[in-house]
Design a protein around this ligand. Structure first.
Ligand code: AMP
Ligand code: ZN
Ligand code: FE
Ligand code: FE
Length: 287
């Protein structure tokens, strides 16, 4: 157990992280090992556009009594803005699998388009290198970044995003995205709750109101990108709208400095509040 882990209050959880099923660096079982090493009682695996890592995580977690919440991170648009939603507590994966598969196909098309753009800029990266980095998982910009590093075009991921892949940079391609109201409905159809991931400064009452009217269930209050003021404001907005709080590290498994699994210190009570909403929703469906 690493230094400091003994100071962790019992039962802490982490409800946002990625594995090799999308753009994380570690296989789902290794993510569970990391969760165990820091003493977490539950994790949500929230890969981009896929549930493929969850079964392996559950198998690895079961002997240690660590709970795995089935999750997926969806990219949507809210007007002109991109917004990420976490569908947490998925109980009917088969209902959304064909949609997720479509999003993953769109990611491959986009990866090809990004590679074409980069090649036109004189950056000789090829699609095969990118797809090797993705290794069968949902492909995204971090895989392009790794291929760029491997090809000696950039030193690190930060440089890859700053020079080429970030919004407004010459290799940027938007994802084929669904409308946020559709994304919320999609989450509900799978028995999940819809959480606005890392809203940051955008998380304000005016912006939340329409999302709540579309059925948004909660907000990611604690995330590494949030400052103390964000956390306070988002917590108050949860109280105001009757939303459940969520939080997590958005850990991708390596090279993220201060961002480590469990770093947001999410209390188990937040997960319990989510369980209550999920149970209430299920009861309403039966009635
Ligand atoms: P994509 O889903 O292909 O749009 O890629 C989004 C992912 O890229 C995020 O989940 C992050 O893991 C990563 N990412 C986004 N912006 C940056 C950045 N500026 N630097 C490093 N990684 C980033
Ligand atoms: Zn990611
Ligand atoms: Fe995100
Ligand atoms: Fe994420």
């Amino acid at each position: 157990m690493p230094d400091g882990a003994t100071a962790r209050p019992p039962g802490e959880v982490d409800l946002h992280m990625h594995s090799t099923a999308s753009d994380g660096a570690l296989a789902p079982a290794k993510v569970v090992d990391a969760a165990r090493a820091v003493g977490l009682s539950a994790i949500a695996l929230t890969d981009h556009d896929t549930l493929a890592g969850v079964a392996e995580a559950e198998t690895a977690a079961a002997p240690f009594g660590i709970r795995v919440v089935t999750g997926v991170e969806l990219s949507a648009h809210d007007g002109a803005k991109e917004i990420h939603l976490l569908a947490l507590h998925v109980s009917r994966p088969s209902v959304i699998e064909s949609r997720l598969s479509g999003f993953r196909d769109a990611r491959e098309t986009r990866a090809r388009d990004i590679v074409d753009k980069l090649r036109r800029l004189g950056v000789n990266v090829d699609l095969q290198a990118v797809m090797e980095e993705a290794a069968g998982g949902a492909v995204g910009r971090p895989h392009v970044a790794r291929a760029l590093i491997r090809g000696g075009h950039v030193r690190d991921t930060r440089e890859a995003f700053d020079r080429f892949l970030g919004a407004g940079r010459p290799g940027f391609m938007p994802k084929a995205r669904l409308d946020v109201s559709e994304a919320i409905t999609l989450a509900h159809s799978a028995g999940a709750i819809a959480i606005w991931a890392h809203p940051g400064q955008e998380g304000r009452r005016e912006r939340l109101e329409p999302l709540v009217s579309h059925g948004l269930d909660g907000v990611e209050v604690r995330h590494p990108s949030h400052n103390a003021e964000d956390i306070k404001r988002l917590g108050a907005l949860c109280d105001f709208f009757g939303l459940v709080p969520s939080g997590g590290s958005d850990w991708h498994g390596s090279g993220e400095g201060q961002r480590t699994i469990g770093c947001m210190h999410i209390p188990p009570a937040w997960l319990y509040q989510q369980d209550v909403v999920v149970a209430r929703r299920a009861a309403e469906e039966v009635a």
